[in-house]
Design a protein around this ligand. Structure first.
Ligand SMILES: Cc1ncc(COP(=O)(O)O)c(C=O)c1O
Length: 384
């Protein structure tokens, strides 16, 4: 299959014979304006307001988690989640090398150090076997804790990420981590509306986090959320995200280092209007993915389908080309034709700030780095 075949197909799909087709544009087709105006008229635009509470209730309903805490973005949700999981300065968090930089950055923000393992070929997410091998070969168990052999640092958490909305083998990752007594924080930034065996992503570890950035399935400009089924984590996370201020009508007393991470009501208004349309968005996106699946069926291009037993939100549709040369040709031709396509992120181990971190061979991650690209995946107008 040639790049121009894909160009023609995408133009047909989006009913757009010419002009720029973005990778993932927001779709505002519901109560967005009404709710945002509400916040302005009420003057409650900042971090206290009815929409923030409503957003958290909606997140609980959608994910079926017991608790949800709204944050200013997905990166801060991750930072907070790692702190709540007990990650301390100079400790190690195991994550995947194939991820957006925010995953690794959140570890650095907690003062900890990332270690990177490989991903699976069918999910593009953390490989449980890679995790287990890493722990067997490079870690040492002392009492109830696990330490990196090379440096003696404690391994404080495991942080897998559901890449482009395709659920990873999270149950297995949790089972292995439990065996080593290491908490799991799930980076579900890209996977709102994705399920493993009927359970929403983000519910498998002790905490899951989401992003509502402008390019996500559901956006509120900037926003994030943390979900958990643990009451003490939820209470503490909310407390720390709002400057750790002891409740009092007028006195200021803070009893630990807190953060200003609470989502403003203005953004929450947009988030509520968007979440009301989530089911519709998911239906359109799954329909779109099916069209891509049918189109690429039998060709030399592999479309990344949801793994068996899971349901993907198909946030960003992804194809795998046969090699780097073919990938580069596709990227060049499609972007020249004004159809936004992009390669996957540079592996974390190749970024200067993480180049010295411990990692395994990253065989599958390297293969994906050279071969996969994302295709336009926005909700299609008039099909919602
Ligand atoms: C995997 C992953 N983790 C974390 C984030 C961070 O989210 P945010 O941009 O809302 O800070 C994003 C998205 O941007 C992401 O894709």
């Amino acid at each position: 299959m040639e790049p121009h075949d894909v160009v023609n197909f995408v133009r047909e799909l989006y009913n757009s014979p010419e002009g720029f087709i973005p990778l993932h544009a927001p779709y505002f087709g519901g109560n967005e304006k009404k709710y945002v105006l509400d916040t302005i008229e009420s003057t409650f635009v900042s971090s206290v307001g009815a929409y923030v509470d409503r957003f958290e209730e909606m997140m609980k309903q959608i994910t079926n988690a017991k608790y949800a805490i709204a944050t200013v973005n997905g990166t801060t949700a991750l930072h907070l989640a790692l702190l709540m999981a007990g990650v301390k300065r100079d400790e190690v968090v195991i994550t995947q090398a194939l991820t957006f930089v925010a995953t690794a950055n959140s570890i650095a923000h907690a003062g900890a150090v990332p270690a990177f393992v490989d991903v699976d070929l069918d999910t593009m997410g953390m490989s449980p076997e890679a995790l287990e091998d890493f722990l067997k070969e490079r870690a040492i168990v002392k009492g109830t804790q696990v330490y990196l052999k090379s440096t003696g640092q404690r391994i404080a958490a495991v942080l897998p990420m559901h890449t482009f909305g395709l659920p990873l083998r999270i149950e297995k990752v949790v089972e292995i981590s439990n065996r080593y007594n290491i908490p799991v924080v799930e980076d579900a930034a890209e996977s709102i509306g994705s399920y493993v065996g009927g359970v929403h992503t983000g519910n498998f570890g002790c905490i899951g986090t989401f992003s509502f950035n402008g390019n996500k399935t559901v956006t509120c400009g900037g926003g994030g959320a943390l979900i958990t089924n643990d009451e003490s984590i939820a209470k503490h996370a909310k407390y720390v995200s709002t400057t750790a201020k002891r409740p009092h009508p007028y006195l200021f007393f803070h009893d630990e280092v807190g953060y200003n991470y609470r989502m403003p009501n203005l953004n929450a208004a947009l988030a509520c209007a968007q979440l009301e349309q989530l089911e519709k968005f998911l239906a359109v996106k799954r329909n779109l993915a099916q069209k891509y699946i049918d189109f690429f069926e039998g060709s030399d291009i592999r479309f990344m389908k949801e793994p068996k037993g899971t349901k993907s939100n198909y946030w960003l549709n992804t194809i795998q080309l046969k090699d780097l040369e073919a990938r580069n040709l596709f990227l060049q031709e499609m972007n020249k034709a004004d159809i936004m396509t992009r390669p996957v992120w540079t592996l974390m181990t190749k970024l200067p700030m993480y180049a010295n971190c411990e990692h395994d061979e990253l065989t599958n991650s390297s293969l994906f780095e050279e071969r996969i690209i994302n295709l336009p995946s926005s909700v299609i107008k008039n099909q919602e």
